[in-house]
Write a protein that binds this ligand. Structure first.
Ligand code: RB5
Length: 146
């Protein structure tokens, strides 16, 4: 069964989301587009919580979010236990977010990167495994806020 990947964006990321959703479909993923479904102004947290909740509840393993800077989406998604949402602006950061941080949400700053970079980031992020080892205990400590 193909892996289901939820993807969401506000108005700033709406067009780039459509392009990446199409890419994901071509790669064989079961894409769940949680919106926005238009370029009308909308609130990034509405989409971030939908995607992050699916990860928190174990329904999916990873997801993709886009907004203008990537920041609002990451703030909202990272409120959910077990979610590690990484704002990524280069293929190198995409690789590190997976190898060292086991990022399970890719957040793209649509107003700060071009389409070709977004594609390369997405592909690198999807295909880079977590390194484990010394990073396991560091990731565990992220949840220890108290
Ligand atoms: C929308 O104008 C913009 O504020 C939003 O996409 C995002 O960058 C927020 O963090």
């Amino acid at each position: 069964m193909p892996e289901r990947i939820p993807i969401g964006a506000d108005h700033a990321g709406f067009e780039m989301k459509a392009m990446l959703a199409e890419d994901l479909r071509k790669l064989g993923y079961d894409v769940e587009d949680v919106g926005s479904h238009s370029s009308q102004p909308s609130d990034y947290a509405d989409y971030a919580h939908v995607v992050a909740r699916e990860i928190e509840e174990g329904e999916v393993n990873r997801g993709v979010l886009l907004c203008g800077s990537g920041l609002g989406m990451s703030y909202a998604a990272n409120r959910h236990p077990g979610v590690r949402a990484a704002v990524v602006w280069s293929p190198e950061i995409a690789r590190l977010s997976r190898q060292h941080n086991d990022a399970n949400v890719l957040v793209l700053p649509s107003r700060c990167i071009d389409d070709a970079t977004a594609r390369e980031i997405l592909h690198t992020w999807l295909n880079t495994p977590f390194e484990g080892g010394r990073h396991v205990k560091r990731i565990a400590k992220i949840e220890n806020a108290e």
